[in-house]
Design a protein around this ligand. Structure first.
Ligand SMILES: *Cc1c(COP(=O)(O)O)cnc(C)c1O
Length: 222
């Protein structure tokens, strides 16, 4: 059996320096997260607010918590005080609420726009058109406490490497388009969150700057 420490070391040695490793710790208990913490991992991703909040309260304060799962508007208030990055803005109407809760907490919240790039209907996400419409709206112009830091996407769960690669290329193209049309003067718009245990190598080849890896670090979830 390989240890969590060995898994993290292997993945870190494999990914380039400009790629951030988000350790996806959903369903794992605190002791298991602490093993990763002791191996110097400081960025953890969770997909449920009910799990993210208690973990953030009990684990060390220098952990950066990323929300990576589908987010309901009425739960934003619970993570707004501490969340470091929300990857999963999959509906534009989440943005005014994130902005409002960020303002209440006197902070800015960094977010990624999640795009629907997979063939599967089960995956969430915006279309390029929806994002462009919102980014040109007066509502968006009024948001002062959010920082759109890039894009996120999930490829189809398939063995077909060419398809997965194409979906990652689609997300990279969306990023490039938004960067040139809306964020060319904002260096903070720089993240492309794509790639999980099964496909992060491909994702990095296609331009990922942030990989979200769970089972290759912590083992398969029960
Ligand atoms: C669970 C999850 C991951 C990690 O998946 P693994 O295959 O275990 O690496 C990445 N991104 C999201 C959005 C997830 O829900």
């Amino acid at each position: 059996m390989r240890t969590i420490e060995e898994n993290i070391r292997d993945i870190k040695s494999e990914i380039p320096n400009h790629v951030t490793l988000v350790a996806v710790s959903k369903t794992k208990p605190n002791e298991v997260l602490m093993e990763a913490y002791e191996a110097s991992q400081r960025i953890f991703g969770e997909n449920r607010v009910q799990e993210l909040v208690p973990k953030s309260e009990t684990l060390p304060k220098d952990i950066a918590w990323h929300m990576i799962g589908h987010l309901q508007r009425n739960k934003i208030k619970y993570i707004a005080p501490f969340v470091s990055l929300i990857h999963s803005v999959d509906e534009v109407n989440l943005l005014p609420e994130i902005d409002k809760q960020a303002a209440k907490n006197n902070r800015n919240i960094r977010v990624l726009l999640q795009f629907h790039i997979a063939q599967e209907d089960t995956k969430f996400g915006l279309s390029l058109e929806e994002a462009e419409t919102y980014l040109t709206s007066s509502e968006y112009a009024q948001l002062k406490n959010i920082e759109v830091a890039g894009v996120m996407g999930m490829a189809t769960f398939t063995e077909d490497e060419a398809q997965v690669r194409n979906e990652f290329k689609t997300l990279k193209n969306i990023f490039d388009r938004l960067k040139s049309d809306f964020f060319s003067s904002q260096p903070s718009f720089k993240e492309i969150s794509m790639g999980m245990s099964g496909d992060y190598r491909l994702a990095i080849e296609e331009g990922s700057t942030m990989v979200r890896v769970g089972s290759s670090i912590f083992g398969v979830r029960g």
